[in-house]
Ligand binder design. Structure first.
Ligand code: ADP
Ligand code: CIR
Length: 347
């Protein structure tokens, strides 16, 4: 269902998205005729949340300018999701020496794997919902070329999605290394256009360092491994970001940090997660949720966002990404995981 231009959308009664909360008729009237430097409109910003009333958030930016032009809508959404006021500024800290986080599960009883990803977009291009096919292909070319020069433990190969063997693709997705085709939320945001052209994955030999190209963000830079050595995963990511960031200019500003198409990813653009098996807590979800809420953690299923948990394995990650440093994101995950393991033991 496409919304009619310039008509205030109807949200169903059971819609709880941040879009439905903050797109008042007054905000709609004030923004409905505005467009960004790339011609991105309010209709495009809100389409995902209008078509998908079960969205948690429901808005996407087409470019950095979207956050300025449509600030009346984005700012309260950002404030509620990240606890970050429009007068605040964002500070980054990727220094692994500052991270105090040992392995919370040294005996390997609970944590199956640890993954930390950041999103990055390139300065000077529109974001996924507004990018052209030529621009997307140009980015894939530039980034894969740059990655092919990485050395040592980051050395690897780039595998374009177009032409990838279907069995290989399915295996990579099932093993949590590769993204799936965008879901209905991304589809309605315009992020799936020209799929799979211009998309691909780079990874090193043992798949502990991976880069997704042109999925929801132009780059998703990922460090992951089995077990719970959070600090080792963070250190690898921090080193890789140093290498890549010295050769590419990322889209960022002082207020919002790294710019992403989804406002939940602004700032650090970091999601640090563990896949963790908690069979006792799984039978007492209220208790599990009270711990994750207290530590500002999000629970996802084991096949990514909007999937279900299986066999009492949960994907637990930091929820806030803006107004806290990268070190804070990971330390927050560590503290929450320590609390979850203690609660699982005590059940
Ligand atoms: P993103 O992490 O980019 O926000 P998703 O939530 O869709 O996106 O997750 C992407 C993939 O990463 C999924 O296959 C998911 O299962 C996998 N993943 C996330 N965290 C972990 C982890 N700690 N260990 C292994 N795989 C993980
Ligand atoms: C939604 O609004 O539910 C989707 N557009 C996804 C939002 C990002 N997810 C999240 O909570 N970090």
């Amino acid at each position: 269902m496409m919304i009619k231009p310039n008509t205030y959308p109807k949200f169903p009664r059971d819609c709880h998205s941040l879009l439905s909360k903050y797109l008042t008729p007054e905000v709609f009237a004030s923004l409905q005729h505005k467009t960004t430097k790339n011609g991105f409109s309010l209709q495009q910003v809100i389409n995902s949340g209008v078509e998908n009333p079960d969205s948690g958030v429901g808005v996407y930016a087409g470019d950095e300018d979207s956050y300025r032009v449509f600030a009346e809508l984005f700012d309260p959404i950002i404030a509620e999701y990240h606890g970050f006021a429009s007068s605040d500024s964002h500070v980054s800290n990727l220094n692994a020496d500052d991270l105090d986080a040992s392995n919370p599960d040294p005996d390997g009883l609970y944590i199956i794997s640890t993954r930390i990803r950041v999103g990055r977009n390139l300065a000077g291009y529109p974001l996924g919902p507004a990018i052209s096919s030529d621009q997307r292909n140009e980015i894939a070319q530039r980034v894969s070329q740059l990655l092919s020069n990485l050395d040592d433990s980051l050395r690897g190969n780039y595998y374009p999605l177009s032409g990838m063997d279907e069995q290989v693709r399915k295996r990579l997705v099932a093993d949590h290394f590769l993204f799936k085709a965008g879901d209905r939320f991304m589809q309605a945001a315009g992020m799936n256009r020209d799929w799979p052209e211009g998309r691909g994955i780079y990874h090193n030999g043992d798949k502990t360092f991976l880069v997704w190209i042109n999925e929801e963000d132009q780059l998703r830079i990922i460090s992951m491994q089995t077990g719970g050595d959070i600090k080792q995963v963070f250190t690898r990511l921090s080193n890789a970001l140093g290498e890549i960031g010295s050769k590419l200019e990322f889209m960022s500003n002082q207020h919002l940090g790294y710019i992403s198409s989804c406002p939940t990813n602004l700032g650090t653009a970091m999601r640090a997660s563990v896949h963790i098996k908690l069979p006792r807590l799984a039978k007492n979800m209220d208790s599990l949720k009270s711990i994750t809420d207290r530590h500002e953690l999000q629970i996802r299923g084991i096949h990514g966002e909007h999937s279900d948990s299986q066999d009492a394995v949960f994907d637990i990650s930091n929820r806030r990404r803006l107004g806290i440093t990268e070190v804070d994101c990971v330390r927050g995950l560590y503290e929450g995981i320590v609390a979850l393991i203690a609660a699982e033991r005590a059940q």
